[in-house]
Design a protein around this ligand. Structure first.
Ligand SMILES: [Zn+2]
Length: 102
């Protein structure tokens, strides 16, 4: 499996992804001031992915000035992750198609 990338592009910005074992208080964090996503490297791969989605939605919310409550951010990230996790054929089709462009 490919490792978690160290940065992503989103809405014209580069967002560094910081994997750290230094945090015990959270699985992940979007820092709007620094423009970074921090992920807890102690998390399982599944938890790392769903946490990444959660923090990415916080980043989108922040960039676009959306007003999504935290429960909804949690729900959307969980649902997206479970949809990909429980539908391997969908995931393969979806991401294989996206990879073709690069
Ligand atoms: Zn959150």
């Amino acid at each position: 499996m490919s490792p978690c990338p160290d940065k992503i592009r989103m809405l014209g910005f580069i967002i560094p992804i910081i994997l750290t074992e230094e945090r015990d208080d959270v699985w992940g964090e979007w820092d709007g001031g620094a423009g970074t996503i921090t992920l807890n490297a102690k998390a399982s791969e599944d938890l790392l992915q769903v946490t990444f989605l959660h923090e990415a939605i916080h980043a989108i919310e922040s960039f676009l000035g959306l007003n999504i409550n935290h429960k909804d951010v949690y729900c959307i990230s969980q649902i997206l992750w479970v949809m990909f996790k429980e539908n391997p054929a969908l995931t393969e089709w979806f991401f294989q198609n996206l990879r073709k462009e690069h």
